[in-house]
Design a protein around this ligand. Structure first.
Ligand SMILES: Cc1cc2nc3c(=O)[nH]c(=O)nc-3n(C[C@H](O)[C@H](O)[C@H](O)COP(=O)(O)O)c2cc1C
Length: 432
């Protein structure tokens, strides 16, 4: 039985962690709840003890003969702190040990997940940003809070993600797929674009976003900072990903290129319309007795090719010693007096370093895939055969991943998260 420590601190969202606790216990985990003193003002000790079936203490001074300040952390397979207050993030980042939870965090050698929840101002404060960066640098997984209604009438980033989403991150961390992407920023596009014909009609496609969302979720569980560019997806936001919503191919292009300038990898899982109507009517096109006017189409930007082209140009300029280039913004701010824009020490040059495309083919799947990989200049191409009950809208997928070096990796039919894991393994290898 795996041993999970659920740390709870004094955020208003702490009641949601009762549900998280149940998800752990009902799936067979032994859970020891370690609250902070103030957390018990919101939800009392009897609730945690009854739901976990284990004793609950906040202090190092109880049951001292069992040395709980060391034992609990040492014997854990996973520590998850949800909600993690600004205060607990600060104490953990500074290595403080003034209660049982922070002692446990210092003695744990297992993966540690923090799910922060607080008001937007607290989350965005430079002190909290620095504490989160420190914890991430040390290998902890800090899940981005969700955006939405906070205490009172406020809303913004700071909500505790859905307990089921936090549980899913923990489940995958426990499954051993973790940390290969700690400290990395990845961009994933998901869903299908819509090209407006008039205010009510559009040209769209059948993509549900399931594959892109699986990629985002699995990347979060590996410790990556994830920007998810979602085109018309109606799925719940994956915990920990920064979601940017778009509708059309051109909006998706702008969002992906904006995020790609400071990303290590871009995975283009969205189904992007190749064409759009030349003209969008401002008013609904009326049904009349006459035959409708034909819809003339024009080509949309080829985002994958553009990404490859930008990177190629940056590489050439980088090799020639010309600059400047856009540095990954996050790193620039942490790097302080780093080696200069676009020349990040030990990272091997301009960004994004890995570009992954998806190709949905109905015929001549592999030959078309190879040709596309070369045309677009990407590193990996995930080739799906689409058809009835294949790829779109189903929980399963099967694919072949083609590499720029001419290799191929076959992924048998299985959950979209398994496919996502193969993609991230290949991305992590290339980033290593
Ligand atoms: C009603 C109320 C709600 C609070 N909600 C939060 C919160 O969501 N996140 C947070 O970081 N702090 C919140 N605080 C402040 C913390 O409770 C306070 O910083 C406390 O000292 C944290 O203790 P702990 O980190 O040891 O649990 C809240 C305080 C009150 C009174």
């Amino acid at each position: 039985m795996t041993s999970v420590v659920l740390g709870v601190s004094a955020g208003i969202a702490v009641y949601k962690s009762c549900e998280l606790l149940r998800l752990f216990t009902e799936s067979g985990h032994d859970v020891r709840v370690v609250p902070t003193r103030d957390a018990l003002r919101f939800v009392g000790e009897p609730t945690w003890a009854a739901l976990s079936g284990n004793p609950v203490t906040t202090e190092v001074w109880e049951s001292v003969h069992e040395v709980p300040h060391v034992r609990i952390g040492q014997s854990a397979d996973l520590v998850v702190v949800a909600p993690a207050t600004a205060d607990v993030l600060a104490r953990a980042a500074h290595g403080m040990a003034n209660d049982l939870l922070t002692n446990t965090l210092l003695t744990a050698r297992c993966p540690v997940v923090f799910a922060p929840a607080m008001h937007t101002e607290m989350w965005e404060h430079p002190a909290t940003r620095a504490n989160v960066a420190t914890l991430r640098e040390r290998g902890a997984i800090v899940i981005e809070p969700a955006v939405g209604r906070l205490t009172g009438a406020d809303s913004g980033p700071g909500r505790l993600p859905d307990p089921a989403e936090i549980f899913e991150v923990c489940r995958r961390v426990l499954a051993g797929r973790r940390a290969h992407l700690a400290g990395r920023h990845v961009v994933v596009s998901a869903g299908g674009t819509r090209e407006a014909i008039d205010p009510v009609r559009f040209i769209g496609n059948r993509s549900s976003g399931l594959q892109g969302y699986a990629l985002a979720r699995t990347a979060v569980a590996r410790g990556a900072e994830v920007t998810l560019v979602a085109a018309n997806v109606s799925l719940p936001d994956p915990a920990g990903a920064k979601v940017v919503r778009v509708e059309s191919a051109r909006q998706l292009r702008d969002a992906v290129l904006a995020a790609a300038g400071h990303a290590d990898a871009v995975v283009m899982a969205a189904a992007v319309a190749d064409f759009r109507p030349v003209r969008r009517s401002d008013t609904k096109i009326k049904k009349s007795s006459a035959e409708p006017d034909p819809i003339h189409l024009t080509k949309n930007p080829d985002i994958l090719a553009e990404l490859g082209e930008i990177r190629r140009a940056r590489r050439e300029a980088y090799a020639a010693g010309d600059g400047p280039y856009d540095a990954p913004e996050g790193r620039r701010s942490h790097a302080g007096d780093g080696p200069g824009i676009g020349r990040e020490a030990g990272t091997g040059g301009p960004y994004p370093r890995v570009i992954v495309g998806f190709a949905a083919e109905t015929d001549d799947v592999l030959a078309n895939g190879r040709a596309k990989l070369q045309r677009k200049g990407c590193d990996l191409l995930v080739v799906n055969q689409v058809g009835e009950n294949l790829a779109f809208g189903t929980p399963d997928n099967a694919a072949v991943v083609l590499t720029a070096e001419g290799d191929s990796v076959e992924i048998p039919r299985g959950p979209k998260e398994d496919l996502a894991d193969v993609v991230w393994d290949l991305v992590a290898q290339r980033l290593a």
